[in-house]
Design a protein around this ligand. Sequence first.
Ligand code: 4AZ
Length: 266
Amino acid sequence: MSILRTVKRGAAVGAVTLAAFSLTPGTAFAQGDPSGPSTKIVGGTPAEQGEFPFMVRLSMGCGGALYAQDIVLTAAHCVDGSGPNTDIQVTGGVVDLDDPAAQKATSTEVLQAPGYDGTGKDWALIKLDKPIDQPTLKIAETNAYDNGEFDIAGWGADQEGGSQQQQLLKAKVPFIDDATCKAAGGSYGNLVEDEELCAGLEPGGVDTCQGDSGGPMFRKDDAGEWLQVGIVSWGEGCARPGKPGVYTEVSHFAADIKTAAGQLGG
Ligand code: 4AZ
């Protein structure tokens, strides 16, 4: 019952907002329809240069967002623990990863969420050797924005098992409440409700996928500014019917993230 309600709300909202992004609900649902526009992220379209300037690509094959110009917020499962680290290359300021205008930086330190053990707490900070000169993305400090429709973007696979993308792709996915998400069965039964947030279309077709991990899920706040509400974390496959994307619930960790950012070396 609640699944149906979520779908109807998602489809109704989608019909309005997807139009602004040159998508139709038809392309969102018709996975693999050769007559439709190319479907990327899964079920997305190319982002415009400068549209999401806080997006970065990490060399281990994850996404991230600029929490500060020299601090990236990503997923704990994208990094290898905490401490000094000069192994991660960060690319920002472009939608095309091969654009010569790309701004590059290198990690100096990683802080993985304290207590991270593979379940929940899927966030980490990466300190950079130099700032990336782009706008940062504010994080949600309350759960007031954990609803409605969210934006997702990344250079990950455009279909389950597909290849990584050179061009940044974007899509929109609606909020799914915890009870509905848990009812998806399998791993979803272990959803950490306080720490995780689900989003997706009940029929599937639009989702984050392999390589989008660590990237932000975001929306506009009441002042019209971008606000990060989630971090791409996991899902059973990509864009499968009834199998939502699961995102770290950023507001739950906002205070911890702020404290951790203050502890990173200079
Ligand atoms: C991944 O492996 C991944 N459909 C990211 C997101 C989702 C699944 C897998 C959600 O990076």
